[in-house]
Design a protein around this ligand. Structure first.
Ligand code: PLP
Length: 417
């Protein structure tokens, strides 16, 4: 706006350039999406001014009747979306939702089992640099190196040997269905609480396009900004547990790990959940999966390897080990061509997480802007063209040509009119 441009021209320029970047680049970062104009608009509302420590009807400040309404709408809609009887919509982000679960259900020093970050897990599932890895004794599980799929027999063996307090399901870079029933059975045998972090696939789960963890898990966490396509934020959900369990989760969020909730974000969550309850959200999620499958098929046809050989969800991990370039090189070359993806470790990656031998790509964002199978196939072809050129040691003219094609395709599918 004019006032921003006058008051803060530097920030205004950053904003203008970011808007242009988002319109002109093909966004393949699997954890990103474009929130709707309504979701964005309500974040920029007077709800941001209100302190509301506590929960609806039980606040520490007065004047909360309207934010109570907003939070209650978010709660009701989220319960309807995932057919569950407990939700907490206050976590500021996925990491805070996960911190609250640790705080509520385990004691520092307890053994907790989570998926290895290097094999598709998340930092908050026990990485040594994260609070989870610092305060809990983490036992990782991972993939079968032959199949690139989760090795449940090995998971069971480790769980029975180490008797973890919690078993964490969920991932940031796994392209297959997870067998939640099997994981619950393993947790039960080992005497563990089964917690699923469905951050990556929450939108697919809501639309029935990915196995639903709620019937199997004691507790489920998620972000709201990935496939769920809401504002940046976190949530906690559960069903079939007792009131005491739910109280522990609530008090772990507040006052356990957070102070005042972000009421403008909670209002935006209410809108996003209403959007996710509309019939066209199912159509969108089905397209996300179809687009990912189509991209995987092109990559395989062009001779690229995908961990586990393909995808059943919104993402895939391209295995570049054995190539004369790294995941970091691939990420940088694609950026030149306006294709945004991220370098990612592959199972047993000899390179550091800052370099890696893999590339993670996903379809939630491009599908939101209207790309279908045909557009995703073209995009995958261009991605291969750039990687082929990188392997040949000569990026130009491929990157310049692809960049022009990407911009043209993107401008035909504007994100925000
Ligand atoms: N859990 C999983 C599985 C994730 O992939 C992520 C984000 O990448 C998070 C949690 C953390 O979410 P946030 O970045 O909102 O803290």
């Amino acid at each position: 706006s004019l006032r921003l441009a006058e008051f803060d021209p530097d920030l205004a320029a950053a904003l203008r350039q970011e808007a242009r970047r988002q319109e002109d680049h093909a966004e393949l970062i699997a954890s990103e999406n474009y929130a709707s104009p309504l979701v964005m608009a309500i974040q920029n509302s007077v709800f941001t001014n209100k302190y509301a420590e506590g929960y609806p009807g039980k606040r520490y400040y007065s004047g909360c009747e309207n934010v109570d309404m907003a939070e209650s709408l978010a709660i009701e809609r989220l319960k309807a979306l995932f057919d569950c009887d407990y939700v907490n919509v206050q976590p500021h982000a996925g990491a805070q939702a996960n911190a609250a679960v640790f705080l509520a259900l385990a004691q520092p020093g307890d053994t907790v089992m989570g998926m290895n970050l290097a094999q598709g897990g998340h930092l908050t599932h026990g990485n040594p640099s994260n609070f989870s890895g610092r305060h809990y004794k983490i036992v990782p599980y991972g993939l079968d190196p032959q199949t690139g799929r989760i090795d449940y027999d090995e998971m069971e063996r480790i769980a029975l040997e180490t008797r973890p307090k919690m078993l964490i399901g969920g991932f940031s870079a796994y392209s297959r269905h997870k067998d939640w029933a099997r994981m619950r059975a393993i947790a039960d045998k080992a005497g563990a609480i089964f917690w699923v972090d469905m951050a990556h696939v929450a939108g697919l789960v809501a639309a029935g396009e990915y196995p639903d963890p709620l019937p199997h898990a004691h507790v489920v966490t998620s972000t709201t900004h990935k496939t769920l396509r809401g504002p940046r934020g976190g949530i906690i959900l559960s069903k079939g547990q007792d009131e005491d369990f739910y109280k522990k989760l609530d008090s772990a969020v507040f006052p356990g790990v957070q102070g005042g909730p972000l009421m403008h974000i909670i209002a935006a969550k209410a809108i996003a959940f209403k959007e996710a309850l509309q019939p066209d959200f199912k159509t969108y999620q089905r397209q996300v999966v179809a687009n990912a499958r189509a991209m995987a098929a092109v990559l395989l046809r062009r001779g690229y390897r995908i961990v586990s050989g393909g995808t059943d969800n919104h993402l895939m991990l391209i295995d570049l080990s054995g190539k004369p370039y790294t995941g970091k090189d691939a990420d940088a070359a694609l950026s030149e061509a306006y294709i945004t993806a991220n370098k990612n470790s592959v199972p047993n990656d000899p390179r550091s997480p800052f370099v890696t031998s893999g590339l993670r790509i996903g379809t939630p964002a491009v599908t939101t802007r209207g790309f279908g199978v045909a557009e995703c196939e073209r995009l995958a072809g261009w991605l291969c063209d750039v990687l082929d050129a990188l392997e040949a040691g000569r990026l130009e003219p491929a990157t310049a040509r692809v960049r022009a094609q990407v911009v043209e395709l993107c401008r035909g599918h504007p994100v925000y009119q």
